[in-house]
Write a protein that binds this ligand. Structure first.
Ligand code: AMP
Length: 361
């Protein structure tokens, strides 16, 4: 999707991609090698003008090697800040960005202190390499917390379980010369730890809440001298925003921008990393994004739904695998909801997930 949006801007793309038959092969050259393959990294250093990534578990040493030779954007320090959940939460805290109470957890001796801060019920998560809800256990008692520690091993973070009203995300972009733009807050629905649906702009968000989220993003991006799209996942509870995690890349909860905004997150990311001016995105109406997971729907049925835009990734179906998404645009929320319900009916085994109702004010 970065290439699809970057090609009209005059760029060509080369992908370092270890998996066989990658979707990116249709839009650029693929170097089929591991992320730490010395020959592949040397070739990229010779041939590329700028390097970016859309996956945060890029080995730090690979990013450092490339950054000595050409611009790597977002800067590798952003990878460092997001690869460890504890360091990430500590950074939020140091920047005055609220989070769920948290504590590191490595040995049984840490349990009492960790639970005194995080309190039960707590979410126990691996600090590194967790994604889509993997490597996390909700503990409701000290015994369950001890079992979680046993199961997940050392290198954990314990967080208070937040009974949030909604999950939101903000996508913000910073240019090489430090200018920033952001997209409207998006409402996200997960199931089994995987994003199922996003609704944007999130219904019922006050300008003050939007400004607060944009300010969180600004603090983080300025701190990291960031360039590119940054996504921050947030919990909304009692009008408070708590930062859960961030991703130094274009994000699934911003896929709606391909059809719902005049400039997508992908175009703005390419603009940022290649030194072009950013576009302050205009969002003419509501939009939704429904992920296609595990099984492909009938394309003719999907595209027959009013306002539906199908995006397939050319991936082999596998249970739990994100194979594409459907964006829905329309003039009002009722139209979006009606189309979303039709699309859900075409996605096997997926009960509908609808946006929270618009609240007064
Ligand atoms: P994460 O990998 O941190 O994004 O967590 C995946 C999902 O688990 C989140 O999108 C939330 O739905 C849920 N979750 C994570 N942390 C918490 C928490 N502290 N309290 C409640 N739910 C959480």
């Amino acid at each position: 999707m970065l290439a699809l949006e970057g090609i009209p801007l005059g760029h060509r793309f080369t992908f370092l991609e270890p998996s066989p038959d990658p979707p990116a092969a249709t839009v650029g050259t693929v170097i089929p090698a591991a992320y730490d393959d010395p020959g592949a990294l040397a070739r990229i250093a010779r041939e590329a003008d700028v390097v970016t990534y859309e996956f945060e578990n890029v080995p730090a040493a690979s990013a450092a090697y490339l950054a000595e030779r050409l611009p790597v954007l977002p800067p590798p320090r952003a990878l460092g800040a997001t690869q460890d959940r504890l360091a990430e939460k500590q950074m939020f805290k140091s920047l005055g960005i609220p989070t769920a109470p948290f504590h590191s957890l490595d040995t049984p001796g840490d349990l009492a202190t960790a639970l005194a801060t995080a309190r039960l019920p707590a979410v126990i998560k691996t600090r590194r390499f967790g994604y889509d809800g993997k490597g996390q256990i909700v503990a409701r008692s000290p015994a369950e917390a001890a079992t979680a520690l046993d199961t997940l091993g050392p290198g954990l973070i314990a967080e208070q379980f937040i009974h949030f009203e909604r999950e939101l995300s903000i996508l913000a972009v910073r240019s090489r010369d430090g200018r920033r733009v952001s997209y409207p807050l998006t409402e996200n629905h997960h199931r089994g730890g995987i994003l199922r649906a996003s609704y944007a702009p999130a219904p019922g968000i006050t300008p003050a809440l939007q400004a607060r989220a944009a300010d969180f993003a600004a603090r983080i991006m300025d701190q990291l001298d960031y360039v590119g799209v940054l996504a921050i996942e947030l919990f909304l509870k009692n009008d408070r925003l708590l930062a859960n995690e961030m991703a130094p890349r274009v994000h699934n909860s911003g896929h709606w921008t391909l059809d719902g905004a005049d400039t997508s997150q992908f175009e703005n990311h390419i603009r940022a990393v290649t030194g072009l001016p950013l576009s302050a995105p205009r969002v003419p109406g509501p939009a939704a994004m429904l992920n296609i997971i595990g099984e492909l729907p009938d394309p003719s049925a999907v595209t027959a739904v009013p306002g539906a835009h199908l995006h397939l990734y050319d991936k082999v179906p596998q249970p739990g695998r994100k194979l594409g998404h459907v964006n829905i645009t329309g003039s009002d929320e009722a139209t979006i909801r009606a189309s979303a319900e039709q699309i859900w009916a075409l996605l096997p085994g997926e009960p509908p997930v609808l946006p929270a109702g618009r609240r007064p004010g």
